[in-house]
Design a protein around this ligand. Structure first.
Ligand code: FAD
Ligand code: MLT
Ligand code: ZN
Length: 500
């Protein structure tokens, strides 16, 4: 029997789609006229792409969300995007903008049979100014390719994440992705300088400025940062890159108890000050899974003995000797304290070890997905409560009889301590209604009790539309609805995402 909540969600999804139309053969014929043949994939006539070729576009990274789109369009220019959107607007055909499809909240795939508008063919750098560091690029540029592009000019992208090899800058902006460098470079709300966006009626909004300062009224671009494709299609991004650090080091610290994490963060911030660039948390279960699935460099048995959790510290600075001295002083101070906060620290000795330590942290996501089906909660709560949140969730699942090899195999935590962002992951044998019902609203109520956020960095997508009231007031949600209505009165842009 459908629960009342699920029933309400089905109703609201039906309402969102009630005024929208599916793609027809005549729409596909039109798309073949305005786009090149390789830009139109459709199971409909006159194209007739085999169904399975559309699977990768219809299925999300976790294999948790699946749409039934018949048609994927891959425009090459902003004008082509505009033509597509104009047509869909007139015909009331819903659209899902899709970047690298690495999103973790079901936002990048259709709920039903929406057209998928992939930005994959828009991957040119438009300009780069090595003096100001301002990069202007098509939205479909892959994050790693932009990192590679600016590297010879001694610059780095202001964001980095485990999905860098597949995610696109337009997707990063649309989700307001956080990632591993937020502690140092801040959020995309600060580093994005301008955007080019195709609005839901096909109009091109050119706000692609390259100005550091521009106080000319409302800053419209901010609305599209984190809008998850519900207000328009981002086609171009102007972003401030950062000068590449001349020296980077990292060290993994093994802690005897989670209680030491916050005191350690305070000590590390004080001692490393301006060279601290990351402070990442991995609990013991997350570490064990990363090692089990071959991610990165495992520490020796002796190093991990008695460790309840691990912290990866990265430094980025201007002078190698200075930074290494500071890091060595920190380690000495930590190890020689009367009551040491750490059991041990393993310092990367060369670039390969540096990458390998990072791979251990970045690889947790991949390891979790190899281990089973992940329920992923990406929450903002005070750093001091990370372990309590993980333990309480585990105890709750145990009390429901769900903590065993046939249901939930692991409950684990990792994330960005410096940003107060915990990734609470529940790894199950399969996605089931019982586990879902045990986790929600349980997890969201914990978040609300801390006045936290139900989405720290991954977004709302399809997964959390019902959970928005745990983090946003009625007044805020009502204003969000008005903004959606203003930009997209026909409701064609990524329907059913962010707002129910
Ligand atoms: P997609 O997944 O394709 O889309 C995401 C959302 O943005 C969808 O709602 C989509 O409709 C919309 N969208 C995409 N492109 C556009 C566009 N051009 N215009 C309008 N809307 C658009 N996230 C973090 O925040 N921090 C992390 O550290 C992090 N690490 C990750 C590690 C791994 C291994 C994986 C698989 C994911 C990780 N993520 C992380 C989540 C994900 O990678 C980010 O959300 C990323 O920014 C999504 O980019 P994408 O191009 O794949 O977008
Ligand atoms: C991370 O920090 O590793 C990412 O946000 C991905 C995840 O939550 O698994
Ligand atoms: Zn993260």
């Amino acid at each position: 029997m459908l629960s009342r909540r699920l029933f309400a969600r089905c109703l609201s999804s039906r309402r969102v789609f009630s005024t929208l139309n599916p793609v027809t053969d005549s729409d596909v014929t039109h798309f073949t006229r305005i786009l090149s043949p390789s830009s139109v994939l459709s199971t409909l006539s006159p194209v007739s792409t085999p169904h399975d070729e559309l699977d990768i576009y219809n299925t999300d990274w976790m294999g948790k969300y699946r749409g039934k789109s018949t048609t994927v369009l891959k425009p090459k220019t902003t004008e082509e995007v505009s033509e597509i959107v104009k047509w869909c607007h007139d015909k009331r055909i819903p659209i899902v903008p899709q970047g690298g499809n690495t999103g973790l909240v079901g936002g990048s795939v259709p709920l039903k049979d929406e057209v998928i508008l992939s930005l994959a063919n828009m991957s040119n750098v438009r300009s780069f100014d090595p003096v100001s560091g301002i990069l202007v690029a098509d939205a479909g540029c892959i994050l790693q390719s932009l990192t590679d592009y600016v590297a010879p000019y001694d610059h780095i992208m202001p964001l980095d994440l485990g999905a860098k090899g597949s995610c696109q800058i337009g997707g990063n902006v649309s989700t307001n992705a956080g990632g591993l460098r937020l502690l140092r470079y801040g959020s995309l709300h600060g580093s994005v300088l301008g955007l080019e966006v195709v609005l839901p009626n096909g109009t091109i909004l050119d706000q692609l400025t390259s100005l550091r300062k521009d106080n000319t009224g409302y800053d419209l671009k901010q609305l599209f940062i984190g809008a998850e494709g519900t207000l328009g299609v981002i086609t171009g991004v102007s972003i401030l890159t950062a000068p590449a650090p001349q020296a980077s080091n990292n060290v993994i610290l093994a802690l005897p108890t989670f209680d030491n994490v916050v005191p350690l963060f305070k000590t590390v911030k004080r001692q490393l000050s301006e060279i601290l660039s990351a402070f990442e948390f991995i609990d013991r279960t997350a570490y064990n899974l990363a090692v089990k699935h071959g991610q990165g460099r495992a520490l020796s048995d002796e190093d991990v003995e008695g460790a309840e959790c691990f912290i990866l510290v990265e430094t980025s600075g201007g002078r190698r000797e200075h930074d290494e001295e500071k890091l060595a002083d920190l380690l000495e101070h930590l190890l020689e304290a009367d009551k040491p906060l750490i059991n041990t620290g393993v310092l990367a000795q060369n670039p390969a070890q540096f990458s390998s330590l990072w791979a251990l942290r970045e690889g947790v996501t991949e390891a979790v997905s190899k281990e089973g089906k992940a329920y992923k909660y990406d929450i903002s709560v005070p750093a001091a409560t990370f372990k309590q949140v993980v333990d309480t969730t585990r105890d709750h699942l145990r009390s429901k009889g769900l903590l065993n090899e046939d249901a939930v195999k692991h409950v684990l935590g990792y994330g960005h301590v410096g940003d107060g962002n915990l990734h609470l992951n529940i790894v199950a044998k399969a996605y089931t209604p019982e586990i879902q019902a045990a986790l929600e609203p349980f997890v969201y109520e914990i978040v609300a009790s801390h006045r936290g956020s139900v989405s720290a960095e991954h977004g709302i997508g399809a997964m959390k539309t019902h959970a928005l009231p745990y983090s946003k007031t009625e007044v805020s949600i009502a204003l969000m609805r008005k903004i959606k209505e203003l930009f997209d009165p026909r409701g064609i842009m990524n329907p059913g995402k962010v707002l129910e």
